[in-house]
Design a binder for this molecule. Structure first.
Ligand SMILES: [Zn+2]
Ligand SMILES: [Zn+2]
Length: 338
């Protein structure tokens, strides 16, 4: 059973806003830059394909609606609920079959394997806005948003961080299997022919010609995969970049996380990022009444259906911050084994 407690955040003028005058050095090892060509080609190619979807020859309103709706469903359940709040922070538990289903959703978002995503994100929490942070925007807004994905990071090599940050994830043979033989890419790319065939058959059964069916198949493929993936990417990336630079702070944390209204709504609650750094394990990121957290609403639905339990709510260390102590978030237990 989970009980909800109402946590009163600090008054705004109590939560000091950090002022930085110096640019944060990039993580050691990335300079001189060595391009990660696989990521550059993938990220660039997906953005080009997403733009192509809007050419009149491929554009369809049903495709656009599919992209927007599926971004919310697959992104919220796969990335926000599963990769972030469940696997990284252990803020809730789901039945294994459902957890694995959500991981497949996350794989469809092309944000790497569960072990890798979790390890990088745990490292972010433990070093947020300090030099080893993999993607602090204090080293440059573009760097924090997507630039960090385009160069090789020796510190983030799988061997280097899995042992430290992802041992618990790799106890599951399914997640180990996803590390091998580019399994995640095979799963991800399998959605392309599936989406094409669905679009083709829908148009065909509605009386379309072969060529119009093929065109609609391409439209559904472009919007259902490429456009959706780009939307979810920028939702996730905006949290890493914008929500460490602009916004207000409920809690006096020892990094630069912010609650950003735009990212809070755009990224389904993940943009209440100062709340999240203050209390990383909590599954609820919105702490004030207007901080709408649609990802937490999804968790509540799962709870009502009996599919989520042990849901962690905001608590103890926030009360410490309310006493006026600076909250040392780097020391908070974001790693399950600690
Ligand atoms: Zn952060
Ligand atoms: Zn987190």
């Amino acid at each position: 059973m989970t009980t909800e407690t109402t946590i009163k955040p600090l008054a705004r003028d109590q939560a000091a806003t950090p002022t930085r005058t110096e640019r944060l050095p990039l993580p050691s090892g990335v300079v001189p830059f060595r391009p990660d060509w696989a990521n550059i080609i993938l990220i660039g190619g997906y953005h080009i394909a997403a733009v192509l979807a809007f050419l009149p020859i491929y554009f369809s309103w049903s495709g656009l609606i599919l992209a927007i709706v599926s971004a919310q469903v697959v992104g919220v359940l796969g990335i926000n609920v599963c990769y972030h709040r469940l696997l990284t922070h252990r803020g809730l538990r789901c039945p294994k079959w459902l957890e694995h289903t959500f991981v497949i959703f996350a794989i469809l978002c092309l944000q790497d394997t569960p072990a890798r995503w979790v390890a990088v994100h745990r490292r972010h929490h433990q070093h947020a806005d300090e030099q080893p942070d993999p993607h602090s925007p204090l080293s440059g807004l573009f760097w924090g948003h997507m630039g960090w994905l385009m160069v090789k990071h020796p510190e983030l090599s799988r061997l280097g961080i899995y042992d430290r940050y992802a041992k618990d994830i790799l106890r599951d043979p399914f997640y180990v299997a996803l590390e091998r033989n580019v399994a995640q890419l095979k799963i991800n790319f399998a959605q392309l022919p599936v989406l094409f065939v669905i679009g083709f058959l829908v148009e065909w059964f509605l009386g379309g010609t072969l060529s119009s069916a093929a065109m609609y198949g391409v439209s559904i493929m472009l919007f259902g995969s490429f456009v959706r993936t780009v939307i979810v990417w920028h939702q996730t990336w905006a949290v890493n970049s914008i929500a460490h630079v602009w916004g207000y702070r409920n809690y006096d944390t020892d990094e630069d996380s912010r609650n950003n209204l735009f990212v809070g709504l755009f990224a389904n609650g993940e943009g209440w990022h100062n709340n999240h750094h203050a209390d990383p394990r909590a599954a609820r990121h919105g702490h004030r009444w207007w901080e709408i957290d649609t990802t937490y609403l999804a968790v509540k639905v799962l709870m009502m259906l009996g599919l989520a339990k042990d849901v962690v709510m905001p608590n103890a260390h926030l009360r410490a911050s309310m006493r006026g102590d600076r909250l040392k978030t780097h020391a908070l237990p974001v790693v399950a084994d600690e």
